[in-house]
Design a protein around this ligand. Structure first.
Ligand code: NCD
Ligand code: ZN
Length: 343
């Protein structure tokens, strides 16, 4: 008989956008429903570029009382100093530093214009063991959007890791076979997060039969052979790969627009989406390692002491949610899921 419940060590989200202000009530609660801890992305306006800003942002998150433990990050710029990195490390609240190539994605204009400009900061991160979290896409206008991850790996990431062999680094939200292979061939200092949307969908889902703006995120969904490579990576059980939703809320109007924003709001249903995908792949027994063990191992943290329980029960993802008075469409809106988190 197939199991009717699934109890897991409480998972964590190793890549999360909570935003700021009035929406924090919604975003923190949606994530805390399932996750114990989350790596909080720093791409606010203005970006979180120093420890004081990270502490202030953390106190605004904590003030929501959701119970989600916020692991903060700094936003790397051309001007980040070795002292900024030391202060972040010594604060005890900063778990990593995020590298956005300038212009690669939402709120990335203040990002790094050339990686060598950040070498002093990165050298200090290598020395202190503070992880570098990388948005791995080149921004060269002559590189096709579907090739931007591969080209970034070849031209920037590979040289970076050979220059800093002890650097601890996460390739965030990987989307290609080349990224999977890069991580598999690297040492244990290199990990990668995988989102629900990149496991569940490929570019046909987004573009065939009409454009689906709520499936548009960056890095953009790739062809099905790349989706297959990501699925094979989780099937392999390699502990370099771990859960990071990249849940990135944008109001409905900002997505359904002539120039729609990138990002999928998966937080309300993330663990159920992963459970459904892992079951389809025949690897439900590997969900706990991916969601709850591999991330803490990489970040050198204990696994959570609580558990969560999923129940086998069909339910429909809400078609829309309130977003601080506005409307937001969650990933999987209207779809029937077969696992439901027990309240
Ligand atoms: C993210 C956002 O909206 O902040 N969007 C996305 O498509 N993933 C930024 C990011 O992680 O690239
Ligand atoms: Zn992100």
């Amino acid at each position: 008989m197939t199991a009717q419940t699934l109890t897991l060590i409480q998972p964590d989200d190793w890549h999360l956008h909570l935003r700021d202000g009035a929406v924090l009530g919604r975003t923190t609660k949606d994530s805390a429903r399932q996750f114990g801890r989350a790596i909080i992305m720093p791409n606010l306006t203005p970006p979180i570029t120093n420890t004081t800003m990270a502490m202030d942002y953390k106190s605004r998150i904590d003030a929501q009382g959701s119970g989600l433990e916020a692991l903060m990050t700094l936003y790397l710029t051309d001007n980040t100093t070795a002292t900024d990195i030391r202060n972040a490390h010594d604060s005890g609240i900063v778990s990593g530093v995020k590298l956005y190539p300038a212009g690669a994605t939402t709120n990335s204009t203040a990002g790094v214009t050339a990686i060598n400009k950040a070498y002093k900061a990165i050298a200090t991160m290598e020395e202190l063991g503070l992880p570098l979290l990388v948005h791995g896409e080149t921004t060269h206008t002559d590189v096709d959007i579907f090739d931007r991850e591969k080209v970034f790996i070849d031209t920037q990431l590979a040289p970076l890791v050979s220059h800093f062999p002890k650097l601890r680094l996460v390739v965030e939200h990987i989307t290609t076979k080349e990224a999977v292979e890069f991580v598999q061939q690297s040492n244990a200092n290199i990990g990668a997060t995988i989102t629900p949307q990149h496991l569940m969908y490929n570019r046909n889902h987004m573009l065939v039969g009409g454009i689906k703006p709520h499936l548009y995120c960056l890095p953009v969904l790739k062809r099905n052979t790349h989706q297959q490579a990501l699925q094979d990576a989780v099937v392999s059980g390699d502990d370099s790969f771990f859960l990071g939703t990249d849940s990135a809320p944008h109001a409905q109007g900002a997505k359904e627009s002539a120039c729609g924003c990138a990002g999928c709001y998966s937080a309300p249903v993330a663990i159920e989406l992963y459970a459904q995908t892992f079951e389809q792949l025949g690897i439900l027994d590997k969900l706990e390692a991916f969601a709850s063990r591999n991330g803490p191992k990489f970040y050198r943290l204990p696994v959570n002491s609580k558990t969560i329980t999923l129940i086998r029960q069909d339910w429909q993802v809400p078609t829309s949610l309130n977003y601080a008075g506005d409307t937001i469409i969650p990933l999987g809106a209207g779809e029937t899921l077969h696992w439901k988190l027990q309240d």
